[in-house]
Design a protein around this ligand. Structure first.
Ligand code: NDP
Length: 335
């Protein structure tokens, strides 16, 4: 059974539940905003469903909600934010303005985010860049959940990749996707609801294809797009893991306490200034010709179009009653 609840209430419940376990208000607001905006955009896998995990990881001591992110400059175009095992949305809120400054100053810049507990959708960081007229790219690792192409066991994280491209007088072009055939949160939600998944999402612990979400959770997800998706997932392991002086998903698992919450790890965010890269020679007009042609094709829509349409009109969402009850209990502790 589902219950209708407003985005504002989900924000308030999230904030209260996080503050109940010692999260200072600014960090609680950052995470609550991230949860509320995921729900508003129709991304249930990264909305209120994630709150119990955040709370569990704070209670177990894996995540430090009081951490004060430390920002430093590694080189002219390389900003580092050490989240110190703190909550990623808060660290990102502090670090992204510095990345925007560095991108404007250098044409291209990177944010090296370290030790951050990331449990959210990545569009938020790349859209912050496109809102500033920049191109954004972001990726992060997770815990092993996805089998490399041809393998029976999980090794890669669900390793999301997000991209945003600024458009004149229109929402940015944004895609934000797990490199698994299905986001882990969606498989967990399907398991909770007793649903069957389409073929091609995962395999059981013996490597046998299955549509049963419980068997996939005990086994492994598959990468999207076969060996090509697996290659992108591998790239993200290297870019957001080893390259940043952080662990890959495999290494993260060896240090994780399995409390169900987000393990602190790395994220790479890249900003590009299109005016610099194109020498100001009509980059936007050239892009718009392609995007307008694409949008006009029958049966085609731009990635991000659904998200932005929902964003403009959603004030309430339907949430599983048992989840809502759990969240209300977590929030009541501080009420
Ligand atoms: P989806 O498969 O739902 O969507 C992926 C992208 O494809 C979206 O940008 C979507 O745009 C676009 N898209 C979907 N259908 C079409 C279509 N018919 N035509 C054109 N574009 C389309 O996302 P995932 O389930 O893979 O990912 C969900 C979220 O999980 C992401 O936000 C990701 O950041 C997050 N995640 C976070 C992790 C973490 O550790 N923090 C780990 C893994 C995932 P639109 O939104 O408009 O539908």
């Amino acid at each position: 059974m589902k219950q209708q609840v407003s985005i504002v209430e989900l924000f308030n419940l999230s904030k209260a539940a996080l503050m109940a376990v010692g999260t200072p208000e600014p960090a609680a607001v950052s995470v609550a905003r991230s949860i509320g905006s995921a729900e508003r955009d129709g991304s249930a896998s990264h909305g209120i469903f994630r709150l119990p995990g955040y709370v569990a990881s704070i209670k177990s001591g894996k995540v430090d909600p009081t951490a004060d992110p430390e920002i430093s400059v590694l080189s002219a175009g390389t900003i580092c934010c050490d989240a110190k095992r703190g909550l990623a949305p808060y660290a990102l809120e502090r670090a992204i303005p510095r990345l925007i400054e560095a991108t404007n100053a250098n044409g291209i810049a990177a944010l090296v985010l370290r030790n951050s507990a990331h449990f959210s959708a990545l569009w938020q960081e790349v859209e912050a860049l496109s809102d500033a007229g920049l191109v954004g790219l972001a990726c992060t690792t997770y815990l092993p959940a996805v089998a490399p192409f041809g393998a029976r066991q999980k090794l890669f994280g669900t390793n999301p990749l997000a991209f945003a491209w600024p458009r004149p007088g229109a929402p940015p072009l944004v895609f934000d996707m797990a490199t698994a055939a299905r986001a882990l949160g969606d498989v967990q939600l399907a398991a909770q609801r007793g649903e069957t998944l389409p073929a091609g999402i995962g395999q059981d612990k013996f490597g046998v294809p299955t549509t049963n979400p419980d068997e996939i959770l005990a086994g492994s997800l598959l990468p999207f797009g076969g060996y090509k998706g697996a290659a992108i997932s591998l790239m993200i392991e290297l870019l957001a893991g080893a390259l940043l002086g952080q662990r890959t998903s495999l290494g993260t698992a060896s240090a994780d306490n399995a409390d169900g919450g987000p393990p602190p790890r790395g994220e790479l965010v890249i900003g590009i200034n299109p005016e610099v890269f194109s020498s100001g020679s009509g980059w936007q007009e050239e892009a718009e010709k392609l995007l307008a042609t694409l949008e006009a094709l029958p049966g085609v829509r731009l990635p991000g179009a659904c998200r932005h349409a929902r964003r403009a009109e959603t004030e309430h969402v339907l949430v599983d009653e048992r989840l809502l009850e759990k969240v209300r209990q977590l929030a009541a502790v501080s009420a």
